[in-house]
Design a protein around this ligand. Structure first.
Ligand code: HGY
Ligand code: MN
Ligand code: MN
Length: 413
């Protein structure tokens, strides 16, 4: 791995490429929770952790956790982490860049024979995205002690529960909570991540410092009308679940437009029975509402769920809301922002403070410790898309800033 004279970015980018080859599909990058590809990614990362002088282990939630001891054995640890799972047809850097860069920094400490007073834990979290089961932040919430045991009953598209998937993966679903840390175990949490937005590129900055992470509400909405013959049921007598969903989606877009920082998304939809000549009797879709402040988000969720109920009543559709995720917006620590600003100044990278519209594992850790996030510019702000890209010099900048932050980290909070 890198040393002070050598650039880091080539090694980091090569490792992101290696991880990207571990996909459920030969034609795109999709690596979801508790799959063979997830196990292979953990193994690959564990090997890099060993080479960097860490001791890796799989925790009860399926996270890969590498520990680099400090000179004060039982001091609270500095936690550096991000996630190793992806959305469908993903980019190579969302999550993975943060884990690989953290390992690169430990590798350099190890090569230089350096130790902090506090231990360092590097974690590759599972299931930040929620792609397979809908429930999200599973690994980081397990570490924060807030894992929702009800999530074990969530089912994937083929009806497999998270509980059964854990068993098939070789982990005891009743031991997920054993991954929990307390606030005594962690001095601070730091996550390097691509921005997944256009701001740093617009401001021509390689790195940015996150001030807050938008809260998010996710749910599955199920509508039940009446299937019928497309040729004989008059328009005025239909209980068309898909047409109802269309009216709802148009409302979500209208309600969430025009309020800065508020966004609403219907990411997937399925209609049944799904035949060209049948009025759809059933429809299910996802709803993802986010805002920088909880007040704006909860007001939008209230308006949207009330409007959905009215539309369904008028159209004679039965309605079920299935909650999937609810996370308050999380503030990043002023101390950690200042320490990141010092590191940027020391390494000669101008920076700015900015909020994150995307959710991150840091939101879960905010429950038990101070959190900080360092953003790396990504090309055109594109993410959750195979066109996701980073510049080598920005990866280099991120690694140098993170390394200096680690070197100067004063764990006596
Ligand atoms: O959805 C998000 O914001 C994150 O990428 N999981
Ligand atoms: Mn993501
Ligand atoms: Mn991410």
């Amino acid at each position: 791995m890198a040393d002070s004279a050598h650039i880091w970015a080539n090694d980091i980018l090569a490792r992101c490429d290696e991880l990207a080859s571990l996909s459920e599909s030969p034609s795109e990058l999709t690596r979801t929770f508790l799959t063979l590809e997830h196990a292979r990614a953990n193994e690959l990362v564990a090997g890099w952790m060993v080479a960097a002088g860490m001791t890796p282990q799989l925790d009860g939630a399926g996270n890969i956790v590498g520990r680099y001891d400090g000179t004060v054995p039982d001091a609270p640890a500095l936690m550096l982490a991000s996630h190793l799972d992806t959305v469908r047809n993903a980019g190579k850097y969302d999550g993975m860049l943060g884990v690989v860069t953290a390992i690169a920094c430990i590798d350099r400490l190890n090569r230089d024979g350096l130790r902090l007073t506090c231990p360092i834990e590097v974690i590759g979290f599972v299931n930040e995205e929620g792609t397979r089961f809908g429930a999200t932040l599973t690994g980081s919430r397990a570490v924060a002690g807030t894992f929702n045991i009800a999530d074990l009953e969530a089912r994937d598209a083929s009806g497999v529960t998270m509980r059964d998937a854990y068993t098939a993966f070789g982990l005891d679903p009743d031991k997920v909570a054993s991954a929990a840390h307390t606030d005594k175990d962690i001095a601070a949490y730091m996550e390097l991540h691509i921005e997944q937005g256009p701001v740093l590129e617009r401001e021509n900055l390689a790195v940015g410092i996150v001030t807050a992470i938008s809260g998010a509400t996710r749910m599955r909405v199920e509508l039940l009308g009446l299937a019928g013959h497309a040729g004989t049921v008059p328009m005025g007598q239909r209980r068309d679940a898909l047409a109802g969903a269309a009216e709802i989606i148009a409302y979500v877009e209208k309600r969430c437009s025009g309020t800065p920082g508020l966004v609403g998304t219907v990411g997937w939809i399925e209609a049944s029975p799904g035949a060209v000549n049948v009025v759809p009797g059933g429809c299910a879709f996802s709803l993802d509402i986010r805002a920088e402040t909880d007040r704006v988000r909860t007001a939008a969720v209230e308006n949207i769920t009330a409007e959905i109920a009215q539309i369904c009543a008028r159209r004679g559709l039965a309605l079920t809301f299935v909650p999937l995720h609810d996370a308050p917006s999380s503030l990043c620590s002023e101390n950690l922002m200042l320490e990141l600003e010092n590191a940027c100044a020391h390494e000669g990278f101008p920076t700015m403070r900015l909020p994150s519209g995307a959710g991150h594992d840091a939101m879960a850790l905010a429950a038990i410790c101070e959190i900080g996030m360092l953003f790396i510019r990504c090309t055109k702000g594109i993410s959750h898309n195979p066109a996701e890209a980073v510049l080598a010099e920005d990866v280099e900048a991120g690694a140098r800033v993170l390394y200096h932050f680690i070197r100067e980290f004063n764990y006596a909070r």
